[in-house]
Design a protein. Structure first.
Length: 321
């Protein structure tokens, strides 16, 4: 009688190992593509955050005739309440945060060094604006400052650049030098004493940065990760600083290349004024220009170009960036 049993057989061990190896190769080939696709999506969201920021700044200008700025004219007395709110807070009504804005006591403490006595403590410790966080960033979104947890953004305003070049005869406010570095208010995001409108951006609004990123860790001399942002002190995203650091929080004066200058003057602590631009994006930093457009500035950009696009009226010809 004919044997009706099947003559089929299973995989041999060698064949199974070959299949596993092929699958491993395919996964290895696909993984970078998947990671690149995810980063592209995160970069797109970061770009959208900047677009919304730029739109809010333009709406602010349409309303008040100037761009948002750090601080208010002298309020109260004592180092803990001087100068008030950051430029980020001024944008809130134009970022769908009008109710939060209306709760603010502008003559009160914004650093929260007086917390819980500060009239703004409940507002600041609960206020979270997702549009100020880069989705690629590994940095914390909040920080405990004293007894209060506050939002710490991944973005920073550009107050100007500390440089020696330029052809303009216009005198920029500053530099103001102290133990925290050198601050120059020749950029787009300034302070209450030196407010800026579009008419003051003589280099052209498409040639000057308004804001950029501080969205990754810096590395110290031993290679350890360090969270150092211009927002990393009292009040987080919503304060512009206090005492000797009046106006300097949430803005930076560009003094070093992208991801450069760790431990140098003005970049030695979270509240110093020359903390560089840096991001978790692999090729450079995202920024919004004064005209509201958004682009990536390559990490390899010439430093003279970087300082030129940080200054609103230096008269320099801007190269490729």
């Amino acid at each position: 009688m004919r044997d009706l049993r099947s003559n089929t057989r299973g995989f041999t061990l060698v064949e199974l190992l070959v299949v596993i190896a092929i699958i491993g190769v395919l996964v290895a080939l696909l993984l970078p593509a998947v990671q690149a696709a995810r980063e592209a999506a995160r970069r797109s969201q970061c770009s959208n955050n900047f677009k919304q920021m730029g739109l809010a700044a333009h709406m602010y200008h349409d309303t008040f005739g100037i761009l948002p700025f750090n601080g208010v004219p002298q309020v109260g007395s004592g180092s803990t309440i001087q100068r008030g709110v950051s430029w980020f807070f001024r944008l809130l009504p134009f970022m769908e945060q009008q109710p939060a804005f209306e709760k603010a006591v502008f003559t009160g403490d914004w650093t929260l060094q007086d917390a819980p006595a500060s009239p703004n403590v409940n507002l600041i410790q609960t206020l979270r604006v997702p549009g100020l966080w880069c989705p690629s960033s590994p940095l914390p979104k909040t920080k405990m400052l004293g007894a209060v947890e506050v939002q710490t953004p991944h973005y920073v305003g550009i107050s100007g650049s500390y440089y020696t070049g330029g052809t303009s005869t216009t005198v920029s406010p500053g530099p103001f030098q102290d133990t925290y570095g050198r601050t120059v208010y020749s950029g787009v995001i300034s302070i209450s004493e030196f407010t800026v409108g579009f008419k003051d951006i003589t280099d052209g609004t498409s040639n000057v940065m308004m804001a950029s990123e501080q969205s990754d860790f810096q590395r110290d001399a031993s290679g350890n990760k360090v969270d150092r942002r211009s927002s990393g002190h009292w009040g987080g995203a919503w304060s512009c600083g206090a005492g000797a650091r009046n106006w300097t929080q949430n803005v930076t004066t560009v003094r070093y290349p992208i991801k450069g200058g760790y431990g140098s003057a003005g970049n030695g602590a979270p509240y110093e004024v020359n903390i560089p631009l840096f991001s978790a994006h692999p090729s450079g930093v995202m920024c919004v220009l004064a005209d509201g457009s958004v682009r990536m500035v390559a990490q390899t950009v010439d430093f003279a170009t970087l300082t030129a696009i940080s200054d609103r009226w230096d008269g320099n010809v801007v190269g490729q960036f």
